[in-house]
Design a protein around this ligand. Structure first.
Ligand SMILES: [Zn+2]
Length: 313
């Protein structure tokens, strides 16, 4: 019989105020009453994690056919970054995949970290030695410091988000910026669908954030949260029906998906979606935090960022 290792307290804030929320497949999901994070209570072994990554890279959303959908989001994020950091500089994209986001960040000194050798090789063709193939944990600190770090669609995967943020802090310049994009389980869609919400896929995702839990974690990790946005996405019409079908190939939606596949309407018509199911939070490295060196100058980094707001509907 395999030994079951379970988190006995919240892996993000350390509170023991945790209680069972869902059971999904063979995993237990607990919620922390202190910071509101929902997390996979089971502690995975390195082998289990590696197996998950291999499966994810076999059928990711990063194929060529999804380029337009990704770019729609990336262009908007770039605008956001350019607004916050008007002098440009250096950027590190953690989980950079084949470098699609770096591709839109023209004018920046572009760096990336990618765990999949296959994707990292594609990115390295474009950005050479600036692409590191491996874990963020193994990324050399000497590669920094950076003006901006981005984490998109990777932060829900980490086994230890606290140590990832500590590493990011070391890799950032004073007052450096961080942008994190995650699924938002605080949205109405997630509340209605509960454990069937499409992002609740343990052990591919290990943490399930909302605006409160993500800002709580950032503030506790030495960052000042500047705000968050619900940047809209676009999906191919056929993908909308594919998602609606869930896992059922018998469903009416799946029949529509099959009918649309390969047709002009199914492939070329895009639906703009903003269910607030994806949130992008931005924060600045707070250099006064985590040091107990007297009163000093208060950091006004918060004032340099525009207030929290959401765009689009
Ligand atoms: Zn907590």
């Amino acid at each position: 019989m395999m030994e079951l290792n379970l988190h006995e307290k919240c892996p993000l804030c350390g509170s023991t105020d945790i209680r069972k929320k869902f059971k999904k497949a063979s995993f237990t999901l607990d919620r922390c009453d202190n910071c509101t994070i929902l997390f996979v209570k089971n502690i995975l072994t390195k082998e289990e994690i590696n197996r998950v990554y291999e499966e994810v890279f076999d059928h990711g959303a990063y194929d060529e056919s999804n380029v337009e959908g990704l770019n729609f989001y990336y262009e908007r994020l770039k605008k956001e970054i350019d607004q916050q950091c008007q002098n440009g500089g250096s950027i590190l994209d953690i989980g950079c995949s084949a470098g699609q986001f770096l591709d839109v960040m023209q004018g920046w000194d572009r760096h990336g970290v990618e765990i999949s050798d296959r994707y990292a090789a594609i990115a390295r063709d474009k950005y050479g030695e600036n692409i590191f193939s491996g874990n963020i944990e193994d990324y050399p600190l000497e590669s920094g410091p950076f003006d901006v770090i981005t984490l998109q669609d990777v932060f829900d995967h980490f086994t230890d988000p606290v140590s990832v943020l500590a590493k990011c802090r070391h890799l950032l310049k004073p007052n450096g910026h961080i942008f994190i994009k995650v699924h938002n389980i605080g949205c109405l869609f997630a509340k209605l669908t509960q454990s069937n919400f499409y992002a609740i896929i343990p052990p591919v995702h290990l943490f399930f954030f909302n605006v409160k839990s993500l800002s709580h974690l950032l503030e506790n990790s030495g960052f000042s949260v500047g705000g968050h946005k619900f940047i809209p996405h676009i999906l191919k019409l056929r993908t909308v029906f594919y998602r609606l079908a869930g896992e059922s190939q018998e469903s009416f939606y799946f029949k529509i998906y099959k009918a649309l596949r390969g047709t002009f309407i199914g492939d070329k018509i895009y639906i703009r979606k903003n269910l607030h199911d994806i949130v992008t939070m931005y924060a600045q490295k707070n250099d006064a935090a985590l040091t107990m060196s007297g009163s000093g100058e208060p950091t006004n980094s918060r004032d340099q960022l525009s207030p929290s707001r959401s765009v689009g509907t």
